[in-house]
Design a protein around this ligand. Structure first.
Ligand SMILES: Cc1ncc(COP(=O)(O)O)c(C=O)c1O
Length: 384
């Protein structure tokens, strides 16, 4: 008996590359789930944060993990961003290969398997690195010596998230130890106040931002008393950046999510519904009493759930909510007044857009109700 080898289609993207644009959202050639980006909303988000940074007198270094796309980074840089922040070696490689030569890798990088991949970036003077320990800094020092170029280093300060970072009082001691290693130049301080996601009111978020500034000023004091020259003080996420200015001693902000926004950002008062640029276009594949089932489950939308919005909800049916997800099925709970039929297409809002983008090879720019551009997610799954 002979068997026939069946090869799957090459490009697993929703819209075949041969289909000419523009394409209406109900075009049968567009498969779902497809991640859509409203380009007008994207552009206004980019412009708004650039203006905010300008008014605050701080540099803007967007965190690229939220979009992972050279095309979107290009829009941020064109609007005045000084460079990008990245979280992984793979992201750093991707954006450097795309021509971006001012990158801060805001993650402690450990081990030669990862460090050696950064050699070309260091040799080009394109990389600032971050540490909260002498062990991590020793790896950076070996890399700098090998690349023949000094590495600018930021000390990570814990301003309340209790993830990574040293207490402000240790900035002088650790800073001096790091600065004594060959090839390393301690140039500043960095913090991320991610715990702003855990509070329930706007005044509490403002208070966290005030702590960010106060504790960084304290750390700077310790570092300068130890003889270090601090020129970079980097803080501020999409949630806390609006409360930080140069007058607080901050020199740059690193918001990420703001570029597309999501339901977590709304919940933390950092955007409004019409500032969410992303949605997942889905198709109803089964309907039952009070529910409709669509073709995106937790492998696409991710299992992330928040108290206020569950797994998300559809843009156009605010009283409905995504009540349940299996791997490939999403269950939409519908109000009595709403009836959907098999084949209806509905756009779901993201709970956490950064996780959605990481899973997409290609997303689609929408203007005037039509897909007008294909946007490559260049650093998709580049988490190593
Ligand atoms: C180190 C660091 N900087 C900046 C950001 C950006 O935060 P947001 O996406 O809330 O703006 C993050 C987000 O995880 C981060 O980890």
């Amino acid at each position: 008996m002979t068997s026939t080898l069946v090869r799957p289609a090459r490009a697993a993207v929703p819209l075949d590359p041969s289909v000419p644009l523009p394409v209406p959202l109900d075009d049968p050639r567009l498969a779902t789930p497809a991640l859509l980006i409203d380009l007008d909303v994207l552009d206004s988000n980019v412009a708004r944060m650039a203006a905010l940074a300008g008014r605050a007198g701080v540099a803007l270094r967007p965190h690229a993990k939220s979009h992972k796309s050279l095309a979107i980074a290009g829009r941020q840089l064109a609007a005045g961003a000084v460079g990008l922040c990245v979280a992984t070696v793979g992201e750093a490689e991707t954006f450097f290969a795309g021509g971006i030569v001012d990158l801060t890798l805001a993650y402690p990088i450990h081990g030669d398997a990862k460090l050696r991949r950064l050699r070309p970036l260091v040799a080009a003077g394109a990389l600032t690195m971050v540490t909260d320990s002498i062990e991590i800094a020793e790896g950076y020092s070996r890399l700098a010596v090998d690349a023949g170029e000094d590495i600018p280093v930021l000390l990570e300060i814990d301003t309340g998230m209790h993830r990574v970072g040293i207490p402000p009082g240790r900035a002088g001691t650790l800073g001096s130890q790091v600065a004594a290693l060959p090839g390393l130049e301690v140039v500043g301080l960095l913090t991320h106040a991610g715990h702003a996601h855990d509070v329930l009111t706007q005044p509490e978020i403002a208070a966290i931002a005030r702590d960010e500034a106060r504790l960084l000023a304290d750390a700077r004091d310790h570092a300068e008393r130890a003889g270090l020259q601090i020129t970079v003080v980097s803080a501020g996420s999409s949630l806390t950046a609006p409360y930080l200015t140069a007058a607080d001693g901050i020199t740059e902000i690193r918001p990420g999510t703001y570029v597309l926004n999501d339901l977590r950002t709304i919940t933390c008062y950092a955007c409004t519904a019409d500032q969410i640029a992303a949605s997942m276009l889905t198709t109803m594949v089964s309907v039952g009493p009070g529910r409709a089932v669509f073709d995106a489950g937790n492998k696409t939308l991710t299992p992330t759930r928040i108290e206020q919005h569950g797994y998300g909800y559809p843009r156009e049916i605010p009283d409905a909510r995504v009540g349940r997800l299996s791997e490939e099925h999403g269950v939409l709970q519908l109000p009595d007044t709403e009836q959907l039929v098999v084949g209806d297409r509905v756009r779901m809002l993201p709970v956490h857009i950064c996780a959605w983008m990481d899973l997409q090879r290609e997303v689609y720019g929408v203007r005037g109700g039509e897909i007008v551009s294909r946007i490559t997610v260049d650093a998709m799954r580049r988490s190593i």
